[in-house]
Design a protein around this ligand. Structure first.
Ligand code: NDP
Length: 239
């Protein structure tokens, strides 16, 4: 039987649209105190929106300060903000490579490092990193993106070993193709081609990713850490 989960203070980065928005919505529906970071726009109803750019450590720190003042110490953090800059290896500039690493990987580092302060003090924490099926599956034209996303696995597993004894878990959710602005940018022919390779024969929804994230943060998932949970319709089987 599922036990009702303890209400927590949750921070989701990039919660103004796409998967982050759906994650924030799910946490609100489950009765948590939820803040989102946004560079523009705002999170769903019932959330506190704070401005932050994950490529800027000072801006991340300021966002945490504000959330802590308004909602209390952050107990659950979801590092969701991410970008793509796709290009075949030979034509990929160093800037395309480092910009993606700086947002997806170093951005997660900035956010999780700041969150871990309060978590260590409270001797409680739930860290969820949003990776991608292509982190382990690979994808032509995405050496920057897939490198940034596979790195999150080692990152979460090292945190698990470092902070596990303090009642802090760190897990990775690896979505497959999810209907958001990010996938809408792909050419239609490429979208149809991708769909053929997904056992579930469809794209996933942001809500389906959100359910897995909220479960990892729940009391029921207290003994799960260092795990990679695919939400990909079977695309990446074998991870
Ligand atoms: P979207 O492009 O729809 O949204 C990306 C979010 O990240 C936006 O809120 C954006 O904010 C935010 N963001 C980007 N850069 C920064 C930054 N420097 N600082 C703060 N926020 C930033 O993407 P999705 O919702 O599709 O993706 C969310 C996560 O899920 C990403 O990490 C992505 O890699 C991952 N993912 C997505 C998949 C998909 O199929 N859609 C599949 C697998 C993984 P702003 O609005 O200000 O740009």
């Amino acid at each position: 039987m599922t036990t009702p989960t303890t209400p927590r203070t949750v921070l989701v980065t990039g919660g103004n649209r796409g998967i982050g928005y759906a994650i924030a919505q799910e946490f609100v529906a489950q009765g948590h105190r939820v803040a989102v970071t946004a560079r523009s726009g705002s999170g769903p109803e019932g959330t506190l929106t704070v401005v932050a750019d994950v490529t800027d450590g000072a801006s991340v720190d300021a966002a945490f300060d504000e959330v802590e003042r308004e909602l209390g110490p952050v107990e659950v953090v979801v590092a969701n903000a991410g970008i793509t800059r796709d290009m075949l290896l030979l034509r990929m500039s160093e800037d395309d490579f480092t910009a993606v690493i700086d947002t997806n990987l170093t951005g997660s580092f900035r956010v999780v490092k700041r969150a871990s302060k309060g978590m260590l003090k409270a001797r409680f924490g739930r860290i969820v990193l949003i990776s991608s099926v292509v982190g382990l599956y690979g994808s032509p034209g995405q050496v920057n993106y897939s490198a940034s996303k596979s790195a999150l696995v080692g990152f979460a597993r090292s945190i698990s070993r470092e902070l596990g004894a303090r009642n802090i878990t760190a897990n990775v959710v690896a979505p497959g193709f999810i209907e958001t602005d990010m996938t809408a940018e792909l050419p239609e022919a490429q979208q149809a081609e991708y769909k053929k390779s997904i056992p579930a024969a469809r794209y996933g929804t942001a809500e389906e990713v959100a359910k897995a994230v909220a479960w990892l943060a729940s009391d029921d998932a207290a003994y799960i850490t260092g795990a990679v949970i695919p939400v990909d319709g079977g695309l990446g089987m074998g991870h």
